[in-house]
Design a protein around this ligand. Structure first.
Ligand SMILES: [Cu+2]
Length: 160
């Protein structure tokens, strides 16, 4: 009797480490979209908010999409007063924080689109993170609004 309870405790103890070994469920992507570019434009950009509810810093290190020949992670920097895009090796998503990919800031650049984008079309994007985890998201194509950033944020918040 004693022995069987003891084995059960051992068994439960042994399964606990396995439970905490989950795939990166701490990361969540909200409100992804791809900017509708003019049909002649060879490139467009994808935006989204990536939240990290975990206790470890994460980094987005790669993005891929079947819709574009090349996909790069970009940031906007101000160089001599001129805003320029620059490729970056990764986008940080700090522990218990979020990374906002938005116009004028970090974004996922879709270069050499295979087809012209259509409004409402959904673009699949695969995100790879520094812990080896991957996430597949679907980003609808949206017309670029010219709202100020704070208004756009309110709008995003209201959607959920
Ligand atoms: Cu860019």
């Amino acid at each position: 009797m004693h022995r069987s309870i003891f084995s059960l405790a051992l068994l439960l103890g042994a399964t606990l480490p396995a439970l905490s070994f989950a795939v990166d469920s701490a990361l969540q992507v909200n409100d992804p979209y791809v900017r509708l570019a003019p049909p002649s434009a060879p490139a467009s950009a994808a935006f989204m908010v990536i939240s990290n509810s975990g206790s470890a810093d994460r980094k987005l290190i790669k993005a891929e999409s079947p819709a574009a020949k090349t996909v790069e992670l970009h940031s906007h920097i101000s160089e001599n007063g001129v805003m320029k895009m620059r490729q970056v090796p990764g986008i940080d998503i700090k522990a218990n924080a979020r990374a906002e990919l938005k116009p004028g800031s970090y974004h996922i650049m879709l270069i050499d689109m295979k087809q012209a984008l259509k409004e409402g079309e959904v673009i699949p994007i695969t995100l790879s993170f520094d812990d080896g985890s991957k996430m597949q998201i679907n980003a609808p194509v949206r017309k670029q609004t010219t709202m100020p950033a704070d208004k756009a944020m309110d709008h995003q918040g209201m959607k959920h």
